[in-house]
Design a protein around this ligand. Sequence first.
Ligand SMILES: [Zn+2]
Length: 216
Amino acid sequence: MRLALLGPPGAGKGTQASRICEAFGLLHLSSGDLLRAEKLKNTPVGKKIRDYIDNGRFVPDELMIGIMRSKLVSLVRQGFVLDGFPRTVSQAKSLSDMLDALNRPLTQVINLAVDPAVLTRRFEGRRVCPVCLSVYHVDLMPPQQNGICDVDGAELVIRPDDMPAVVQTRIETYHQTIRPLLAYYRDAGLLWDVDASGTVDEVWLAIDARLAGQEV
Ligand SMILES: [Zn+2]
């Protein structure tokens, strides 16, 4: 199984990727984690990545692909789940060239689709502790006392990113960016849409049933 997981922030990609890996013995390749790990290394690549990230610039596709490649060649037969990559059609094409060259193309791309109203509620209900940075949610993970951090009693705040006007823009931008990527994978016959509007457990059951069925 060689999978890529797509979905907006708030869709639970990281959680579902971890569960898939645990259930099917796959390696979780999170682009964010890979970059953070490389950034700490005292190598030419590590230094380049530090330069990009510290200057607030995106790490170029070739560099990201290079990091993925070096990780993937070390896996002889193990499958993997890509999380956070690719994000664009051009990244998807580079990825596909790289995986074809390794003779290990993607077997499926899972799109975690969340109803926009549900997604809005997930963002807008988020509360953060300014002191210890714990994250809560008014419906999904409420603190014991309304508006107060369980750990240190500080008053919870809404991050600027989670303000209603900003949330709408973030969601719209995401959908505009992802549309061509979904079309690319749909044309390739790899795309599978999962309704990720339910709870983490409900979404996981749907993914598990489908993947377990394919394994046979
Ligand atoms: Zn706190």
